[in-house]
Ligand binder design. Structure first.
Ligand SMILES: C[S@@+](CC[C@H](N)C(=O)[O-])C[C@H]1O[C@@H](n2cnc3c(N)ncnc32)[C@H](O)[C@@H]1O
Length: 477
């Protein structure tokens, strides 16, 4: 795309600054990403990438391109993909998936037994790990019965680029890091390059993807299916996790209320742990489950449900916590959550890696290590990124550095164990895993392992057990 002749002159610094301010506002208005309000350098970097990709000579030229009747909307899609953060992976936040597995989905299945149909919306689904995880989970719960159910899982996102990847259904090892190896082999097939895995068709056919801007919900409750049948209501479950964190605090309660209106009277709404909810709309009540909270419509239409007994001894809510319509007390403010991302840029590194941009993630990690050489988390991510990229020697050295800096960093030991188990010295890997299990055994059950995306020590011990059993030669089994 070439620049218009009128824009061949370089803009003055004042012009560029005014254009940047207009573009920033336009981006925040269009995507809801208030997140960029105090991140000019980051936004500028992303804009510069689009300016370069389109061949524009500067921000004024780029601004006029966005305003063009035909090329403008196309470029807006590219810009939306550039500025949104698509960090995701399968079965992200174990305790939320435990709540789905043990309480929410069994409840929906029991309630809908007569119609044998269910509707689920993953709003802000990025490249699809979340809706596909739900499809996998439903098959685990329904088993053979799945064939007799009508299951409609819709994944929506503002980013067309993310949706194209979601439809393709291919994922790197990095995106599958929340899955045990044995499950991975059942639910995915390896791609030819052996670096990616494709979700099997049996799961794919339950999930469809639609472009949808969540802000449109605030202009009259338009849902992902509006274009199809005008009906965005009646979802049994809506997941909108790790999306609201980017929105301004004032938008969060109206957005929750709008999502609540898209639920069936018995429906469930789950947001992410970091989606700080400062005010709850009257349309919703809070239900507390072990390790997470969810929202449901209020009133007699949403009867109290007793959660089934957990399959293992997960931390249980106290009587006063159980199913009480309480407001959360100690949620961090969105500003605090966002501020936590700033330095060292661990979240940015993870976001890049989650988006499959391993080279950029590794470069960002190297730069961060130069600035914060003693931060064990950075060496840990350096290691797991190298591990995902197949650079075993680099990965091992980085993980050992993380362990040297923080001997208690359980996830660094665990990843080193995985690396060794898969390499030439599996016995050393087994020894490391035994050590990890010992470290976990010394921690309280309610502890959440840092850099583990919500795993408890018990979860990790289970995972290690599965991993070791999967590798044991047949005669030992
Ligand atoms: C961090 S990802 C979360 C993915 C997934 N829900 C999870 O938790 O793993 C956030 C996603 O929200 C999408 N998003 C951001 N703003 C949006 C909006 N206004 N409407 C729809 N999707 C949006 C982004 O494109 C991105 O893919």
């Amino acid at each position: 795309m070439s620049a218009s002749p009128a824009a061949q002159k370089r803009p003055s610094p004042e012009q560029a600054a005014a254009c940047f301010a207009r573009l920033k506002q336009a981006i925040i208005d269009r995507t809801g990403h208030h997140y960029y309000a105090d991140k000019d350098a980051l936004l500028r970097d992303r804009l510069d990438r689009r300016v370069a990709a389109t061949g524009c000579r500067g921000l004024p030229d780029y601004l006029s391109l966005l305003g063009q009747p035909v090329a403008g909307p196309v470029e807006w899609q590219e810009l939306e993909a550039e500025v949104t953060i698509g960090e995701t992976f399968f079965f992200r936040h174990t305790e939320q998936f435990d709540a789905l597995r043990r309480v929410i989905l069994p409840g929906i299945i029991a309630h809908n037994a007569a119609t044998r149909s269910l509707r689920i919306w993953s709003a802000g689904c990025a490249v699809g790990a979340e809706p596909y995880s739900v499809a996998i989970l439903l098959e685990q719960l329904l088993g053979e019965r799945m064939r007799h159910w009508t299951i409609d899982i819709v994944g929506s996102d503002i980013s067309q680029r993310a949706l194209a990847q979601a439809r393709d259904g291919r994922f790197s090892n990095w995106a599958l890091r929340g899955m045990p190896e044995d499950r991975k082999a059942q639910d995915f097939v390896p791609c030819e390059d052996r670096r990616q895995w494709r979700i099997i068709d049996r799961h794919r056919r339950h999930v469809r993807f639609r472009q949808h801007n969540l802000l449109s919900l605030l202009d009259g409750a338009k849902g992902p299916d509006d274009a199809r049948d005008g009906d965005c209501r009646g979802f049994d479950l809506i997941l909108c996790r790790n999306v609201l964190i980017y929105f301004s605090p004032e938008r969060i309660a109206p957005m929750l209320a709008a999502l609540g209106r898209c639920l069936s009277p018995q429906g469930w709404l789950m947001v992410g742990h970091s989606d700080a909810i400062a005010a709850l709309p009257a349309e919703l009540r809070i239900v507390e489950l072990p390790g997470t909270i969810v929202f449901r419509p209020p009133g007699p239409d949403a009867p109290a449900v007793t959660p089934p007994a957990p399959q293992h001894a997960a931390p249980q809510p106290t009587a006063s916590e159980t199913w009480a319509a309480r407001r959360p007390t100690a949620n961090p403010s969105p500003a605090a959550v966002v501020a936590g991302i700033a330095e060292p840029p661990v979240a940015t590194i993870r976001a890049l890696a989650d988006a499959g941009r391993l080279r950029s993630a590794s470069e960002a990690c190297a730069a961060a290590i130069a600035a914060y050489p003693l931060d064990p988390r950075l060496h840990f991510y350096d290691g797991v990124i190298a591990q995902a990229a197949g650079q075993r020697t680099h990965a091992e050295a980085a993980l050992r550095r993380a362990i040297y800096l923080s001997g208690e960093m359980v996830m660094a030991h665990y990843h080193l164990g995985l690396l060794l188990l898969d390499g030439a010295t599996p016995e050393a890997g087994r020894r490391v895993m035994t050590h990890v299990a010992k470290l976990c055994g010394a921690l309280p059950e309610t502890h959440v392992l840092p850099e583990s995306d919500g795993l408890s020590p018990r979860d990790l011990i289970e995972r290690i057990g599965m991993r070791l059993r999967a590798r044991r030669p047949a005669r030992e089994v």
